[in-house]
Design a protein. Sequence first.
Lengths: 272, 160
Amino acid sequence: MSAPALPARYRVTSSQAETHDTVTLGLQPVDQPIASHQPGQFTMLYAFGVGEVPISISGAPAGGSLIQTIRAVGAVTEALCSAAPGQMLGVRGPYGTDWGVASAAGRDLLVVAGGIGLAPLRPAVLAALAARERYRRVSILIGARSPEELVFAGELQAWRDGGAKVQVTVDRAAAGWTGHVGVVTQLIDAADIDAAATTALVCGPEVMMRLTARALQACGIAPQHIRVSMERNMRCGIAECGHCQIGPLLLCRDGPIIDYVRAAPLLAVREL
Amino acid sequence: MSGVSPSALAEHAFLQGLPAEHTTRIAEAATAVSAPAGYRFFEEGGTAGQFWLIRSGHVALDLHLPGRPPLIVETIGAGSLIGLSWVAPPQEWQYGAQAIQPTTAFELDGAAVLALCDSDPVLGYQLSRRLLTVAAERPHATRIRMADLYAAPRRRVGTS
């Protein structure tokens, strides 16, 4: 059964600034909540009177409440980022495919995030850490523009304490930064990867995902064990309008999470 | 005698796959070093006469900017090397290098390594290939960062 196409009313319960342009909102249903989500799925968030955009869910399922992380890049996302506690938003969903974290049980889980790409991966990380014994090594490699633009920076130690190996690299840093400076693929080069037993989850800008997938394949990880999150202009969320078509896929239904077997030819096409 | 065992040297990613007789000769030009966090391997502008194969820890390459704090250009970790400026004239460090974690490394004397390469072209070819790989990878990584992949998308009419 399709998720309803009408937005449910949610009230903003919290607003946490992640960076200068990125905010994490806590949302509580006013009426009937939307269905429970899986890590990697998204909702259509509606700023009443402004517009509606697809936003990844960045929190673990928790009753009817939602955690969503938004970067202000236009009028709608700016309205969402400035939504104060108490304000009402519309929510449709959850939509799309998920990371399939449970299917990686018994294997190494390698999470590679670039920039705000960590937001849709966060529920996968939380799911893996909540059932840590089901997985072998859990490694999280994060690339960011600068230390100041790292999202969920305050949680990384808790993830380490929960049994994950977390490494961060930034594109540029001033003296005093004691982490890595470089591209996220350099963390892969230095990682101890058991290619035959690793499932990789990758989210970030498309160029970053392409380079990351290339590095992972160079390590020996098969493309069917590399999952990426693709984004296009989702509008309806229910595969009716065609705005998010990429090749043979309607990403709001067939994505956003797809394996690299399907993603590789699409990422290689210009203007697609 | 440098005290560096050829077998330990052969385990470093940079030298993996070299025949034992080559690592034995390179070991004669190598010294095992360990540096605390904050130790400065070299300063920008200084004379470049050696390189280091990082075994553990983490080193920042930095650039001094007038009126601004030093900029970390890149960090280098275990399995890689710091110091390429000794290879070609003017043998002057282009960046500074500072340990940001306790770091262990094999320090190799550049003049001695060049002499080895001159006396044994097969060894020279093998080392040249490895140095070329490092020299090719570094600008590739830099170019990707120059693309500023994580910047906010440029605003267009209709951007939501």
